[in-house]
Design a protein around this ligand. Structure first.
Ligand code: SAM
Length: 294
């Protein structure tokens, strides 16, 4: 059975400041790795709401929670957190957790197109009912749009030549699989770039996943709403994994701090300990930010 090791678990539990009768929202349920430890800290009066866009993640991990009566797992977009809270009649929210990006369950799924290690249709949707796939983006977006996606979402230094390579290639044949895309990327960049430690397709795949799932806009929405709806002295804990995510969080929190809405619990982001990185390579690029509503 596939598993996902939760990143910075001890830090999450410490900084979320869990009150045993409190109400918490884990916006990124995934493999339930954070949620299961949060629920263990709650009494019967406490409650945990979990969200995930990916119904497969929910189905895969739901069973671990069957003995807990005070957990509700919902298949929804965290960008809708305000409406979800209204609908669920949650009046007081004591803490919100976000562990951004994708889980090991998703990247290790051979059929979903998140990984350049498996040949699969270029799908990359978290939400299987979502209308946009990575295949549509690579076949329909203009060269300039593709270049911007690669630059803005992944700081890809060969954004221009990869975008050009994609557009030339799709004139010959529709781009359908992860393998098609990896071949195009390899042909579009210099040889030395293909032989670095990081796989040559890493950034392109990251950028397309972000575009397919509208990730940055969803992050902006959830953070702004969460700061609005949580109770005073409650916290938002966010783990992010790449510079586009780090940037957006840093800027939103800086503005909110200036506006006296929140305070930053640590001036600098918190990084995983060396031992965790040794044990879980996914933690390598993680940064945790913690803010508290004033
Ligand atoms: C890094 S994983 C979370 C792993 C989880 N914390 C654990 O320890 O098992 C991120 C999860 O967030 C989900 N996700 C991404 N964007 C989302 C969104 N806009 N709304 C809800 N869930 C989302 C993904 O489907 C994925 O399952």
């Amino acid at each position: 059975m596939k598993t996902h090791i939760p990143v910075m678990l001890n830090e999450v539990l410490e900084y979320l400041n869990i009150k045993n009768n409190g109400i918490y929202i884990d916006c990124t349920f995934g493999g339930g790795g954070h949620s299961i430890e949060v629920i263990k800290k709650l009494s019967n009066k406490g409650k945990l709401f979990c969200l995930d866009l990916d119904i497969e993640a929910i189905e895969h991990s739901r069973v671990k929670f069957s003995k807990y009566k005070n957990v509700l797992i919902l298949n929804d977009n965290f960008a809708n957190i305000e409406n979800i809270a209204k609908k669920q009649k949650i009046r007081k929210i004591n803490g919100v957790l976000l562990d951004l990006g994708f889980s090991s369950l998703q990247i290790e799924d051979e059929n979903r197109g998140f990984s350049f290690n498996y040949n699969a249709p270029l799908d990359m949707r978290f939400n299987k009912n979502g209308i946009l796939t990575a295949e549509q983006i690579v076949n329909n977006n203009s060269e300039a749009e593709l270049e911007n996606i690669l630059k803005d979402y992944a700081d890809e230094q060969f954004a221009g030549s990869i975008a050009k390579g994609i557009c030339l290639s799709r004139k010959e044949k529709k781009i359908q699989t992860t393998k098609d895309l990896v071949e195009i990327i390899k042909k579009s960049v210099p040889k030395w770039y293909q032989h670095r430690r990081v796989h040559v397709a890493t950034k392109t795949f990251q950028a397309l996943r972000i575009a397919t799932n509208n990730e940055l806009e969803n992050i902006r929405k959830v953070i702004l709403s969460a700061m609005d709806i949580i109770s005073s002295k409650s916290r938002i804990v966010v783990i992010s994994f790449h510079s586009a995510e780090h940037r957006i969080l840093k800027n939103i929190f800086k503005d909110a701090e200036k506006g006296n809405l929140i305070k930053l619990i640590t001036k600098k982001p918190i990084f995983p300990k060396y031992e965790e990185i040794m044990h879980n390579s996914r933690a390598r690029s993680a940064q945790m930010r913690v803010v508290e509503k004033i």
